[in-house]
Design a protein around this ligand. Sequence first.
Ligand code: NAD
Length: 293
Amino acid sequence: MASNGSSVGSRLQDKVAIVTGAAGGIGRAIAIRYASEGAYVVCGDLRPEAGLKPQDHDGRPTHEVINDLYPAAAGPKSSNRAVFVKVDVTVSAEVENIVQEAVREFGRLDIMVNNAGIAFNGLHPPGMRTHQIPESAFDKIIAVNLKGVWLGCKYATAQMLEQEPHPSGDRGWIINTASIIGMVGQATAGEYSASKGGVVNLTRTVALEYAADRIHVNALAPGFTDSSMIDWITNPQSERAAQVHQNLIASHPFGPRLGTPDDIAGGAVFLASPDASWVTGHVLAVDGGYLAR
Ligand SMILES: NC(=O)c1ccc[n+]([C@@H]2O[C@H](COP(=O)([O-])OP(=O)(O)OC[C@H]3O[C@@H](n4cnc5c(N)ncnc54)[C@H](O)[C@@H]3O)[C@@H](O)[C@H]2O)c1
């Protein structure tokens, strides 16, 4: 039990994880679940409070929530269970730095969750088709969602190859957040679907490259999930957005709701756990059945 009474599992006992995009939504849920399973967590994001919804743990940064809920036992490692490290995943030196910070703080890197991502929000209005989308929006989304994941794979694999394998014999676990929209098309999401389709096939390729080294490389494909990213849908300010919300709920057979960040975090725990010992190059849909049609 943690000092506050929260129960702590042990499926990721003493593994060291980086989660990018950990300040809000899915990344925050993954970071907290990883800590609850015994992992040490480096929470990477642009800012500690980026992407937070007001109802999320009183708006407190993820690493603070983790350190309160799951304090680290005194030992040779850091006295923290979690730290925040600023990272812009589009900047090579910053991605390299967060890997180095994980090693400095906790001694090694076992799990890399390349989760940071953006949609069209702030780049152009919803509902645009390809001929209407500004080129700059395409470049930005590809830079964060695809190049950011590639940089995460690049620096994580380099570190995992350099260090002693985990006692299980595995050298590491990489989990890339793709999307159902990387598996099937979605009208008016061209640049996003291109980026996530890229993540899917990058994942398979990196899995093949490092299989002999026992680095697991898998992807998550969340369905539509209630986070800041789709706040314009879940808190609709127009009839059109309200209609989109209803249509999306109807598209997820499990309904009648969208996914929650915690739904997705369960998949992320599995892919980093001993239960995934024979799993690599896989894209795990966590989507309430969206892709089953
Ligand atoms: N919410 C959904 O419906 C949904 C569905 C499928 C996949 N996804 C994917 O899940 C991942 C997490 O999204 P979310 O729904 O939690 O959204 P979110 O907006 O709540 O969280 C995304 C986080 O990424 C961070 N981020 C953005 N740009 C960054 C950068 N350049 N460097 C570092 N961090 C950056 C943000 O600050 C934010 O904290 C994304 O890759 C997203 O594409 C989301």
